[in-house]
Design a binder for this molecule. Structure first.
Ligand code: LLP
Length: 425
């Protein structure tokens, strides 16, 4: 039974849970828990799903580094020819260290700092996605000082409702993101007259974990109208970036495949006379989420008058999504018990917060010492982890067939406070 099938499902009775060819129990014994386990095959397959849907027309697939920025993950994708969407100079350095091509990098983010702009100009990123008029001026000033030309695209805010969790919805007028689409023609006109700016594209990103294509297509329609308007102004764009945001199945959502989604996007481009414009996408979650699980061991079972708790060694500091977005992650027991009745458990960590849970009201047959697998943890999992409660961050492993590799070793307490110091007196 393999878990990288993209469909959260329990191992059949009597069978074991595998990561590619390796039983996950073996990984947990070898590397300890909590443990992030990624499948190279799954990662590659989800990238290929985008590639196959886009290969026949001009395209750039920029994996959103924030979803999972481990160097090995970036390197696997870079080897397939991926570009990258970054939001900080830190992410840029990761991409470079992982062998990514800076000419395939788009630099997003609401307020790029001057030193970040300079570094991106130095290495030659494909484009800056500009989110405000002020930022445009900052980039012009830095490019002028360095005698470079900055390629830019405006991230416009198309004012569409992504119908997702409010914290991860970004395309509405009251969000901090992007430039109001109605202001965009004036900002493009300004950009076109700047000496060290080359206008190359338009961009939007309306939110994350979208489960239908309509909001994407609504946003696209608005961007195409803007492109018509810009053409009339004499500004011809080379690329159109529709951002990331395609969801994954955490529970029972039905999600369009990248192919379904991109076929409708490409069709619309052709219909509107923009078939030769390069299509850029910035998928994060839909590349990485289903390629990872979090393994965690049951420390003890605690029963109160109200509830049964399975207290595990993984916690909100390891996987924050359930605590902050009330996100559902499927949790399965990797051990199948014939002699244990299932019960309704809250799966909680040892952190001193009532908000510290990985799953609530889960039907599980579970005993102390069992190994649980938390699914869909490859995106926004490890990257959002912290040292809260002075807990060491988990190790990360990449499985490739019958081999497993440590791609981030478990932290130690000494490492955690190595950069702290005492007062002299
Ligand atoms: N491009 C931009 C400009 C973004 O801000 C994001 C995500 C992406 C692309 C990638 O979106 P994706 O394909 O992964 O949906 N921590 C939250 C998700 C935050 C997403 C932020 N921006 C979560 O755990 O659900």
């Amino acid at each position: 039974m393999e878990w990288f099938t993209f469909q959260p499902s329990e191992p059949a009775a009597g069978s074991e849970l595998f990561a590619e060819e390796i039983p996950v129990q073996q990984l947990a014994r070898q590397y300890g828990t909590p443990l992030y386990v990624y499948s190279r095959r799954a990662l590659e397959a989800s990238y290929q799903a985008y590639y196959q849907a886009m290969a026949d027309s001009p395209h750039l697939i920029c994996y959103a580094v924030k979803a999972n920025s481990n160097l090995a993950v970036l390197n696997v994708l870079a080897r397939l020819g991926a570009g990258f969407d970054i939001v900080s100079v830190g992410e840029l350095e990761r991409v470079l260290a992982a062998g990514g091509d800076p000419a395939r990098v788009v630099f997003s983010g609401v307020a790029k700092q001057r030193h970040e702009i300079r570094r991106a100009l130095e290495v030659g990123v494909h484009c800056f996605n500009i989110e405000s008029e002020q930022e445009l001026e900052h980039i012009q000033e830095e490019a002028l000082a360095m005698n470079k030309v900055a390629r830019i695209s405006l991230r416009v805010n198309p004012d569409v409702d992504a119908r997702t969790h409010p914290y991860i919805s970004t395309g509405l007028k009251d969000n901090k993101f992007g430039i109001d689409i109605n202001r965009a023609p004036a900002v493009y006109a300004r950009a076109a007259e700047l000496s060290h700016i080359e206008v190359v594209g338009v961009d939007c990103h309306i939110g994350s974990q979208l489960t239908t294509t309509e909001p994407f297509l609504d946003a696209l329609d608005r961007l195409l109208l803007l492109m018509d308007q810009l053409q009339a102004q004499g500004i011809h764009l080379q690329h159109l970036d529709i951002g990331g945001g395609l969801g994954v199945q955490y529970q029972d959502e039905t999600i369009p495949s990248p192919a379904d989604y991109l076929v409708s996007v490409k069709q619309r481009l052709v219909e509107r006379g923009y078939g030769d414009v390069m299509l850029v996408v910035e998928p994060g979650r839909s590349i990485a989420a289903q390629a990872g699980i979090l393994l965690t061991r049951v420390e003890l079972i605690k029963t109160t008058e109200q509830k049964h708790f399975a207290i595990v060694d993984g916690a909100m500091n390891d996987l924050l999504r359930p605590s902050i977005y009330s996100a559902w992650h499927t949790i399965v027991n990797t051990v199948q018990h014939a002699d244990v009745d299932s019960q309704v458990y809250d799966i909680v960590g040892p952190v001193c917060e009532s908000g510290d849970f990985l799953g609530k009201a889960r039907d599980l047959a579970v005993r102390e010492g069992d190994l649980l697998a938390v699914y869909s943890a490859g995106a926004y999992g490890f990257v959002m982890s912290s040292n809260y409660n002075t807990r060491n961050r988990a190790a990360e492993i990449m499985v490739d067939g019958t081999q497993s590799y440590v791609i981030r070793r478990r932290e130690t307490v000494a490492e955690q406070f190595a950069s702290e110091s005492l007062l002299p007196l």
